[in-house]
Design a protein. Structure first.
Length: 86
């Protein structure tokens, strides 16, 4: 992508089970990644990118009665990738 190019796309194929809230994004060029998990089912997943940014946007449905509590948990695990031998 160059200059002002932009790209967005939705993801499909996940179920109403929280086990599908399991997203991994890796950049092999810099040797790093992030693993994102949540304890609620996904309702939508979007992806967008510009020249220097790649973003995954997971969403959950929130339906809460007045006065009720609603909680969720999202984990972000950042890691480095093994270096490739040349």
């Amino acid at each position: 992508m160059t200059e002002k190019d932009r790209m967005t796309t939705p993801f499909t194929g996940f179920s109403d089970n929280a086990k599908d809230y399991d997203i991994r994004v890796e950049n092999r060029k810099v040797g790093a990644g992030v693993h994102i998990t949540g304890d609620r089912p996904l309702s939508n997943v979007g992806y967008w990118s510009i020249k220097t940014v790649l973003a995954v946007e997971p969403y959950i449905a929130v339906n809460v009665e007045t006065g009720a509590d609603f909680a969720w948990k999202i984990n972000y695990e950042y890691y480095t990738l093994p270096t490739e031998k040349k």
